[in-house]
Design a protein around this ligand. Structure first.
Ligand SMILES: NC(=O)c1ccc[n+]([C@@H]2O[C@H](COP(=O)([O-])OP(=O)(O)OC[C@H]3O[C@@H](n4cnc5c(N)ncnc54)[C@H](OP(=O)(O)O)[C@@H]3O)[C@@H](O)[C@H]2O)c1
Length: 282
């Protein structure tokens, strides 16, 4: 395993397992298998509805708490009190003494209030580090200027066709670790048939998924691929025994299509934020 060093000195595995869209009923077994396979970073969120199952699997694994790095995420809120209440709710559900990294899931709702709540919980020691998700470089700069604690990490959508080069460069310049969600293109089929990626996979006797994960790790981006298949868990983890050359990294760099980001689409935001407001107003 290779590790990223967060700006507060904590070490974080460069590769972990995400559990988005894993139903609560299957999640405990899946995380148990992840841990048995060798994963030591698990990425969950309030919105995934499976924090309790993640916590159970970790408690029952027999691993020392400090050997597993756990990330969860705060959903959008409309005032600071709700945020503290929601973070405490996650800590109770996970029931693993502390969460290594708590992220603000998206730059929506009252994200300043949410960030102040995360700063507050950070002081209690029940959360060891705080960061953001789905913030572009400008939003990170804005949050940093207006607040006491700078995010240690930003989790954004990154794959070979959506490389977020400007955001990644900015984050690295600020000592903020970039992390890729959807690192395998969320199952996008043309990733696996792309001739450049296939050629590199054949060259290294690796799979396309392994090449894609290795590429991000080599550019300093933490990856959290998700799979429900045990053989793919092992496949995705086996990326620390080969290195892509400078020329191979450059060839993947050419695949970027720099698509417009749905996270900033006004219709999407309006719909999603309206949903949060409705939920919290109940
Ligand atoms: N912050 C956010 O807003 C946000 C949003 C989305 C996701 N995330 C996080 O990022 C994690 C990963 O993202 P994701 O799950 O959306 O997408 P992903 O990891 O890019 O892709 C998952 C898909 O790839 C398939 N897959 C996995 N390994 C494979 C392999 N070796 N060969 C072929 N196919 C493979 C999986 O299928 P099988 O399961 O059938 O193997 C699944 O369909 C999530 O679980 C979550 O923790 C965060």
């Amino acid at each position: 395993m290779e590790y990223a060093t967060l700006s507060n000195g904590m070490k974080m595995p460069m590769l972990g397992m995400g559990v988005f869209q894993v139903p609560e009923a299957e999640c405990e077994r899946l995380v148990t298998e992840d841990l048995e396979t060798g994963y030591r970073l698990i990425d969950t969120a309030q919105a995934y509805g499976n924090e309790a199952a993640v916590g159970r699997a970790i408690r029952q694994s027999g691993l020392a708490r400090e050997d597993v790095f756990v990330t969860s995420k705060l959903s959008s809120i409309i005032n600071e009190g709700q945020a503290v209440q929601a973070i405490e709710g996650s800590l109770d559900k996970l029931d693993i003494d502390y969460v290594d990294l708590f992220l603000l899931h998206a730059p929506w709702g009252d994200s300043y209030a949410a960030w102040r709540a995360l700063e507050q919980v950070l002081e209690t020691g029940r959360v060891k580090a705080i960061g953001v998700s789905n913030f572009n470089a400008g939003a990170v700069a804005d949050l940093t200027v207006f607040n006491r604690v700078t995010p240690v990490l930003d989790q954004i959508e990154i794959d070979p066709f959506n490389q977020k080069k400007t955001d990644v460069a900015y984050l690295r310049s600020q000592g903020i670790v970039p992390e890729a969600w959807g690192p395998l293109g969320q199952g996008r089929a043309d990733l696996y048939t792309n001739p450049v990626l296939k050629g590199l996979a054949d060259q290294h006797q690796k799979t396309v998924a392994q090449v894609v994960l290795r590429w991000n790790i080599q550019r300093g981006v933490v990856v959290i691929p998700k799979t429900t298949h045990r053989e793919r868990m092992a496949e995705n983890l086996a990326v620390f025994d080969f290195t892509l050359t400078k020329e191979e990294m450059a060839a993947i760099s050419q695949l970027d299509e720099a698509p417009a980001d749905f996270i900033y689409d006004p219709d999407y935001i309006q719909q999603t934020v309206a949903g949060f407001v409705k939920n919290w107003s109940k």
